[in-house]
Write a protein that binds this ligand. Structure first.
Ligand code: AP5
Ligand code: MG
Length: 191
């Protein structure tokens, strides 16, 4: 199985590139942000808890997030592999993911880091906020999301380097060029 972690700051293109990777490799796509937004739309208890945290640009507690992820993994049938989009976001989540995959005789194949400068992230997300109206795409919340990313999520680059899975991608520029770089990185890890 091919298990890809797509990684990067808010607005770095995780969702956009995931769609292409899913199509090329026939993977299941688990976006924890999409899962949480679906819960919010459904008005569930989880959604109510999540909405307050997301609108404030903070992270859902690890234990809750890991249990949501585990349920999504358990629900997969005949999967060729998974692209994890927006998970893990903390070292505790990365350790939990490794355990979950190892318990299934699997591991992460590659961690793809999309690197994009902060001024570009802000531009992209403000633009998307105008079009799609995602509640966390406003300047104040975006700034908080970037702080949380730098403090809690960015250390995962080192963690995955130590695990031999990290692949650096310049996430600024043409979608096709970025996708080609991602495919080359995945193929290099497949050996
Ligand atoms: P999540 O939904 O994961 O949001 P995010 O990480 O902030 O990232 P985005 O979805 O905003 O950006 P993206 O990288 O997917 O970029 P996209 O392709 O859309 O999480 C939301 C919240 O949920 C979190 O803040 C947290 O509260 C909670 N949460 C989720 N997972 C969690 C976890 N594991 N633990 C705890 N809490 C969790 O692109 C962005 C825009 O740029 C689009 O408009 C796109 O068209 C455009 N674009 C993409 N690529 C390019 C390009 N190359 N050039 C120009 N524009 C581009
Ligand atoms: Mg996304």
């Amino acid at each position: 199985m091919l298990n890809i972690v797509i990684f990067g700051a808010p607005g770095s293109g995780k969702g956009t590139q995931s769609e292409r990777i899913v199509e090329k490799y026939s993977l299941n796509h688990i976006s924890t942000g999409d899962v949480l937004r679906a819960e919010i739309a459904a008005g569930s208890e989880l959604g109510k808890t999540a909405k307050e945290i997301i609108d404030n640009g903070q992270l859902i507690p690890d234990e809750l997030m890991v249990s949501i992820l585990a349920a999504k993994l358990d629900a997969l049938e005949n999967s060729k592999g998974v692209i994890f989009d927006g998970f893990p976001r903390t070292i505790a989540q990365a350790e939990a993911l490794k355990k979950m995959l190892n318990a299934r005789g699997e591991d992460v194949t590659a961690m793809i880091e999309l690197d994009v400068p902060e001024d570009e992230l802000m531009t992209r997300l403000l633009l998307r906020g105008q079009a799609s109206g995602r509640a966390d795409d406003n300047e104040e919340t975006i700034k908080k999301r970037l702080v949380v990313y730098n403090e809690q999520t960015s250390p995962l680059k080192e963690w995955y380097k130590n695990d031999g899975k990290h692949c650096y991608i310049n996430g600024l520029g043409e979608l096709d060029r970025i996708f080609a770089d991602i495919v080359a990185a995945i193929e290099s890890k497949l050996g």
